[in-house]
Design a protein around this ligand. Sequence first.
Ligand code: HEC
Length: 133
Amino acid sequence: MKKIFIFIFCISSLYSQTIDEYIEELKAEVKKEFPNFKEFSYERGKEIFFSKHIGKRGKKISCASCHTDNLKQNGENIFTGKVIKPLSPTVNPKRFTDVKKVKKWLRRNFKDVYKREGTALEKGDVLKFMMSR
Ligand code: HEC
């Protein structure tokens, strides 16, 4: 029985990507387009996070509209009024540990704000910004 659990554990850890692996994957994707690319940028990520665009339901919003200017405090979903826990991993250690969740919300939230999916470069930059806040 114990062996079976060890086996299942090994298989699941093979398939669940860590955030570092995901960032490496994004980097590899960016390099295909820009061979000289080196690192994701905190500054570009900050711009992506705070710049406002005509997004969902024609509202002019940014990532900060729901997540606020202070990533260490609770946010609020401007469409549903629901509380959103802080994004900063320093106060909310669960953040950026579940890569599937990160991917899902980046896809959704880029569509909310930018009305399109983020590029690999944009996702890497904004992750760098959020994770070092
Ligand atoms: C309309 C409100 C809204 C906007 C705008 C928004 N988000 Fe979110 N975001 C959410 C909600 C709701 C969740 C899921 C609930 C939760 O995780 O607490 C979430 C979760 C996330 C997560 C998951 C993090 C984790 O590991 O748990 C990331 C990353 C994220 N958002 C990034 C962004 C970025 C980048 C932008 C701008 C492109 C953005 N969000 C704009 C509402 C929003």
